[in-house]
Design a protein around this ligand. Sequence first.
Ligand code: GLN
Length: 468
Amino acid sequence: MTITTLRRQLLAWETSPAAILTKLAGEIAARDQGRTGAYLSHHLDTALAEAANTDLSLPLGGIPIAIKDNINVLGQPCTCGSKFLENFISPYDATVIRKLRAAGAIPFGRMNQDEFAMGSSTENSALGITRNPHDPTRIPGGSSGGSAAAVADHTAIAALGSDTGGSIRQPASHCGVVGLKPSYGRVSRYGLVAFASSLDQIGPLTQSVEDAALILQAIAGPDPLDSTSLDAPVPDYLRALNAGVKGLKLGIPKEYFGEGIHPGVRKNVEAAIQSLAAQGAEIVEISLPHTEHAVATYYVIAPAEASSNLSRYDGIRYGHRAANPTDILDLYKKSREQGFGPEVKRRIILGTYVLSSGYYDAYYSRAQKVRTLIRRDFENVFKSVDAILSPVAPTPARKLGAAGADPLQEYLSDIFTIAANLAGLPAISIPCGTTDFDGGKNLPLGLQIIAPHLAEAKLLQIAKAAER
Ligand code: GLN
């Protein structure tokens, strides 16, 4: 059930927050544990205690929300899918959690993810695998794979994820749910474990566009604890939700429909574009010429920031500490060697390399310049269109374990989602039918809509029309 439906039932006294939580816990035991594997843990007792004090008159009153395991909830684990933080317990609430609670929601469940959010399959989690509920032989996408899979599997009503290069939108696409990455600065990152601080944003994964709007409404806004959060007023995201697309100009970037897109993805996305045209939108071809450099740019900037952010895991302040070190340097080395998985190590090595003296100008500084060009492409295009439409990912979900030995192939699958992060723009993935792919039948895929900075209301309005 959607948040909207459950809210109606709660207000009519047809159900209670405790009954919803107990039902979810039953579904998790029956269908998630040993099967989908979206949950790393959940805490029914604490949630029930919170439920007893919920104010149902609040906008999310009595609604449980599943939380990606890199967002801190006081007293609960926050593993980031890593052995390093396997036994870490959060000493505080992230701002988004404080805001969800203030809106009456109950954080419930810690959702699996790629280790430190590095990946697009959730296979990089050091703590177990998550399967796609539509086909258990396939990945749910990632890195917010647990959040997407649980919403798709109806073991969660809605979830929070984080998106650095596509980690909300791509798993939403693979699992057939709605996933929204807000503008950079729209939602506080305080209490989100940092991966790449100039790209990370928290956002909702939901069953409907309206539910995404409800959650964004609750978590958006300035926060003195995050200096990158924007001091901009938060509009009413529900007000214009049903305003339709009549008279809006929607851009189709020619660079996003080139080679490498699965024909079923292309067909469905084109059908969605036609449907928006039939609802009165004007469709125009546009060009984002620097998009072809987005993946390369991201895989310099994101690892650079990650190598710096992850230096805090030294075996002393947080998490894993190696036994029997010979000296302090040995303690750092052994703790990091034992605590981090292979993808995290690869990113730290890449990031340290591109920041090192002699290579800084050739890689990091140049990537920052290309990032500016990518951002300008969007600024130019948004002078003439209201939003941009594209696929979310080139293909539906691949098979588990099929990544192969070449990490570059996996990085290239982020091609359509990364540019929005580099430019700081809001973007959403909404279900866009199903297609057969690589032996799988009826696999979901997503339509991506990208809007100008802080234009989430417009984004949601177009998404709602497409959903309809
Ligand atoms: N797949 C991308 C990466 O591995 C994006 C991950 C994310 O958005 N957190 O970095």
